[in-house]
Every structure is written in C-alpha cells, then in structure tokens.
Design a protein around this ligand. Structure first.
Ligand SMILES: [Zn+2]
Length: 458
C-alpha cells in the first residue's frame, strides 16, 4: 500500500471506522429500491437526502418525469475545481429468488464479501464516495474541492430521463468533469479508469405471413415462412467475415487515435484464459481483430434471440405464421442512437419490407472522453495514493452508462472508475461486493478529492 503522508490522517480515520462503515452499507442495502417495479424508490431517496443533509450538503430531491434525482452539493472550496460524482440508487429486481444463498434484502457477510441486491450495483460504490466525503469532513473539517453528487433512480431501467434532467438543470450541475463509480473491475482487481462507454439500441424484427400455423406438407412451398424471411434479412445485416452490413452504420464511427490504440494495446490480456473460461475454441470473426479494439472501438450487432414455430421435444412438421428476432446494437463514439435506428429501419425497408422494426425506446448514446484529458492525471494520482497501483486506462468502457449526459450535454469530460469486484454478479442472484473493494473505493474517493484540492485553479 502506498504510504501517502498527506492523506494518512484520512486513511487512518477510514481504518478506524471500518466496522461502522460496513454496518452503514449493510443498513443501506437492506432497503429495496427496485425501479422496474417502483418498489422502495421514495424511501431510499429520502434516506439519501437525510444522510447527505447531515454532511452539510445542499441536498435536494429533484422530480423528473420518472423517479426523482438526488442532488447534493458542497461548493465552499473557493478557487478549487468541481467534480460531479454520478451513481444510481435504484437496483435490479432480485429474481429468481430461489437461486439466492441468502435473501437479497437481508445483507449477509461471507468470505469477506457482502451479499445483497444492489450492494455492488450501485449502492456500495456511491456509498463509498459518500463515506469518502464524510471522512474528509470529519478529519479536515471541510472538503478540499467542490463536489456535486448526482444519484439517479432509473439507471436500471435505461436512464430514460437523465438527458432531459441534465439539460434542464445545467446550473445545478456546473462542474469541471464527471466521475462515475460503477461496474466491475477487471479480474486482476487493478484500479481502472474508463474514458466513456458504448451506447446501445434494442429492437425487435417482427414478421407475420399467414394468419395461422399450417401443415408443412400441405402448405410448404406455398405459404412463405417467416423464419426464413428473418434468416435472409439477418444475413444481409452481418456477413460471415464479422462485418456489419447495415447500410451507413459505420458512417459516423470515429476512428481511434494513435494514443487510444496504444492504451488499448497496453491493457493486459489472457486470451487463452478468456477462451478457457467460456469454453470457446475461437473468437467471433474476424479472427485477426485485436481483442480490445473489438470492445472499445467497434459497434456490434447481436441477435439476442430468434423465436418462432415449434421448439419442443421430437419433431412437429409445422409451418409457423410469425417470427421475431430480438436484437441490440452497441454503439461507439460519434454514432447517434436515433440515426442508427433510422438506418436499421431503412435497411429493413429495402431488404425485407414485410418485416416490422419495433424499437424499445431511444436507447443510450455512446460517450467519449479524450485520452488527452487533463483530468486523467488527478484520477491516476488518486488511485496510486489510495491503492498503491497504477490504474489501467481503458479508452472506452464496453457496456452502456449515461455518461453522454455529461460529455455531450454538459460538455465536460466523464470518467468511469469501477470499485466492484470482477465477480460481483450484478443483475444476477448472489450479487456481492468484496469488503476490500468497498474500502479501496472509500480511500480512492477521498484521495481524488484531495488531489483536486491541490490542483487549485489559477
Ligand atoms: Zn446495473
């Protein structure tokens, strides 16, 4: 562990409070806040407002067209930068309940981990940021920089209102850059910084020919088969060389810079280990494409499911009358979710006009922070001070988070710094957070604010 003398008082406080901080997290995750089912949202938002008010913040619950935003601001560090910390207080539904070893809302400690729904995604991660703030206030009496904490209640249902909220409350959120602590660390547990995230759209391709299923002998070759219609359409959307062939899909893709490619090449990779753990004999086409290039810089088209006709035991010589393909497209920097959906619709209209494209909503935009951002240095320094290890720098995150609200609407750099263990099973049964990861998060959060205090403006 790096001995950072400047922070030893704060780190000592965090060590002293170890048991009480664990208890605070246990108490917090005991409260369900399931956005998809509107369970416990208001209660947990009120708990947060109370907790943040006691820390001297200007804390308010701001309504949206959906669940409210929790906003807490500490803006008394004159001349120091302002960091916007984003997280979400809603959690995924806990189903299937029978697969949980201990009940999802009765937090249980086993093997150095706390098991509960939402403990890693995202309550333990933003509570770590809050406890970092609390520790600095306790030890130093004030915060070294300005902090705005934004906690959303709808991240697990796709953050449908974050863009409008940010657009309408620019003044409340005026910051130099944004940091999101969410998601898992890589398997090595090395501290990690991600410069943005991929976007996503989801849609169904639906086709119906006859008005009922028919006999494949009496009608096969006469009645068109909707599954074949979808198979032919899908074959025009991606070829066997792994190239997505939807017209215009790649038009806006920003080519990675030399520095981004270098950062991706520096990331550790155990390709044989990945293949072994997944039981794979090969990667998706094209075989020569670099592993991280696939995940950071390339869009994907995934068939999530292809449904229709008979799937039961034995055979059934039926000709189905309808079929559906559920799909998602992950987007990379400079692609626009609405534009890509329009391109999918145009492609389908051209190649299979009988097929309907049913969108599941606006999706999420990609976001990108330049690798040359001046705010990367204090984040790296903080990780070094708190964990004694240089962080891994990912030119982009692979999944989808609402960072575009900061990069594209507020126009500030946004970083993702996950605190969760690689095997946190978020969204799945037995979600857990390693207690060590929780404390690394608290220390890192404190170190970041301390670093920013040193970087006084002017
Ligand atoms: Zn999640």
């Amino acid at each position: 562990m790096a001995a950072n003398s400047e922070l030893s008082d704060v780190f000592a406080h965090i060590d002293t409070e170890r048991e009480s901080f664990i208890q605070r997290l246990v108490d917090y995750v005991r409260h369900p806040s399931i956005s998809a089912h509107n369970i416990g949202i208001k209660e947990v938002a009120d708990i947060l407002i109370d907790m943040l008010g006691k820390l001297g913040a200007d804390a308010r619950l701001v309504p949206t067209a959906g669940h409210p935003m929790v906003v807490a601001r500490w803006l008394e560090a004159k001349g120091a930068p302002t960091v916007l910390l984003y997280g979400h207080y809603d959690v995924q539904p806990p189903d299937p309940l029978e697969l949980w070893i201990s009940p999802p809302f009765e937090p249980t400690i086993r093997d150095g981990r706390i098991f509960a729904r939402g403990v890693a995604d995202n309550k333990g991660q933003h509570l770590a940021q809050i406890l970092a703030i609390e520790s600095l206030l306790k030890v130093r009496g004030r915060l070294p920089c300005n902090v705005i904490l934004l906690l959303e209640g709808e991240e697990e249902v796709g953050s449908p209102h974050v863009a409008d909220f940010v657009r309408e409350h620019r003044d409340l959120l005026k910051a130099d850059f944004a940091v999101t602590a969410d998601g898992p660390l890589p398997p090595s547990g090395r501290p990690t910084v991600k410069l943005g995230s991929r976007g996503v759209i989801t849609f169904d391709l639906v086709v119906k020919h006859a008005n009922r299923d028919v006999h494949s002998g009496n009608f096969g070759g006469v009645v068109p088969n909707p599954l074949w219609t979808l198979v032919h359409l899908l074959a025009t959307m991606k070829n066997d060389r792994g190239e997505i062939t939807i017209d215009g899909l790649h038009d806006a893709v920003a080519a990675p810079t030399a520095a981004e490619l270098l950062a991706a090449a520096r990331l550790p990779l155990d390709l044989e280990g990945v293949k072994r753990s997944l039981g794979l004999s090969r990667l998706d086409a094209p075989p020569e494409r670099d592993y991280y290039e696939r995940l950071c810089f390339r869009p994907t088209l995934t068939i999530n499911g292809l449904h229709g006709g008979y799937g039961g035991p034995g055979s059934k010589t039926v000709l189905p009358h309808e079929a559906i393909a559920k799909c998602d497209i992950r987007l990379v920097a400079r692609q626009d979710a609405a534009d890509i959906l329009r391109k999918v619709e145009a492609h389908v209209a051209k190649h299979a006009p009988e097929v309907k494209v049913v969108s599941h909503g606006p999706g999420m935009q990609p976001s990108k922070t330049p690798i040359t951002s001046k705010h990367l240095a204090p984040i790296r320094q903080a990780m070094l001070a708190a964990q004694g290890v240089e962080p891994l720098i990912f030119p982009a995150g692979f999944g989808s988070l609402p960072g575009y609200a900061f990069t594209d609407i507020l126009g500030i750099d946004a970083f993702v710094t996950p605190y969760g263990n690689a095997d946190e099973p978020n969204h799945a049964p037995n979600e857990n957070l390693k207690i060590d990861c929780f404390f690394n998060g608290i220390r890192t959060g404190a170190a970041l604010l301390d670093e920013l205090g040193r970087a006084k403006l002017g």
